[in-house]
Design a protein around this ligand. Structure first.
Ligand code: BV8
Length: 243
């Protein structure tokens, strides 16, 4: 991850939290909707360190399938990702995206100031040396780490339940000073991301929820707009850019 000062010489005034809903229209399943990932597999079986210790092959297969799908030509950024990239291009240094998503659709759309708080599907991490490596292929669990050359220690670069999310110091620092907090496509079920809106409120920020339907935290937002992200996010960004 680049240093905070490279991306934001001044503290960004707009913080955007994104979740699975922003990538749904790009062909990636959400988690807790009726057709979501957790309707077909229990998270305790694939998204915890205990699951990986118990049955690494099953956990690796779960992420292999999602990594392959993410690289399918049909999966591309949608107008919501593109609008956020436009916002950053027009207001460089003023925007930070904290995403819970492990896909790379924000980057493919052109966003640069992105913190992947739950990790990245197209990276592997060595549990021996801690280094991350760009990774496009399946993981067998027997690979050699390109950094330390130790064999059999690579795992998906994913923050599982019970593990510490990434970039939290930077996120809380920016939340404490932000003027606008926009939450997009997240059900507000997973902590600590679900509590970011409270941090932003404490900072006196204007808080906005953009989602298909009211989230668990909807009542905490000053402004709420519901509909598909590909429509409501470009509209909201256009409004922000005229202010
Ligand atoms: C941690 C792996 C210690 C990646 C994921 C209280 C305080 C702190 C922690 C906890 C706490 N209570 C419980 C916890 C522990 C736990 C937790 O939150 N458990 C829950 C289930 C109760 N949290 C943790 O373990 C985290 N670590 O807490 O460390 C700590 C302590 C204190 C302070 C800091 C740290 C680690 C969590 C990481 C979990 N990893 N997955 C993967 O396999 O992909 S979580 C998983 O859920 C995904 O990463 C996902 O991003 C995340 C959030 O889900 P959403 O993105 O919101 O998706 P969801 O399906 O739920 O909702 C989609 C929404 O989109 C819906 O509302 C839908 O209406 C909408 N939508 C759909 N289509 C569209 C749309 N909107 C717009 N347009 C559309 N087209």
């Amino acid at each position: 991850m680049r240093g905070m000062r490279d991306l934001w010489p001044e503290a960004p005034s707009i913080v955007v939290l994104t979740g699975a809903g922003i990538s749904q229209e790009s062909g990636l399943a959400t988690f807790r909707d009726a057709d979501g990932i957790w309707a077909t597999v229990r998270l305790e079986e694939v998204a915890t360190p205990e699951a990986f210790a118990r049955d690494p092959a099953r956990v690796l297969a779960f992420y292999d399938a999602r990594r392959r799908h993410l690289q399918h030509p049909s999966v591309t950024p949608n107008p919501a990702h593109e609008a956020l990239a436009r916002l950053e291009a027009v207001r460089p240094g003023e925007v930070m995206i904290a995403t819970q998503n492990i896909d790379d659709l924000h980057e493919r759309a052109g966003s640069r100031a992105v913190i992947h708080m739950h990790g990245e599907l197209l990276k592997a991490r060595c549990t021996a040396c801690g280094n991350t490596t760009v990774w496009y292929d399946d993981l067998t669990g027997n690979e050699c780490c390109p950094s330390c050359a130790i064999e059999g220690q690579l795992r998906p670069h994913i923050v599982w339940f019970g593990e510490m999310p990434l970039g939290l110091d930077a996120i809380y620092q920016v939340l404490a000073q932000c003027k606008v907090f926009v939450s997009i496509g997240t059900s507000g079920s997973v902590e600590p991301a679900a509590s970011f809106v409270e941090e932003a409120r404490r900072a006196g920020a204007h808080t906005v929820e953009l989602n298909l339907e009211p989230s668990h935290c909807a009542s905490l937002f000053a402004e709420r707009i519901y509909g598909p992200a590909s429509r409501i996010v470009p509209d909201y960004v256009a409004k922000l850019l005229t202010e």
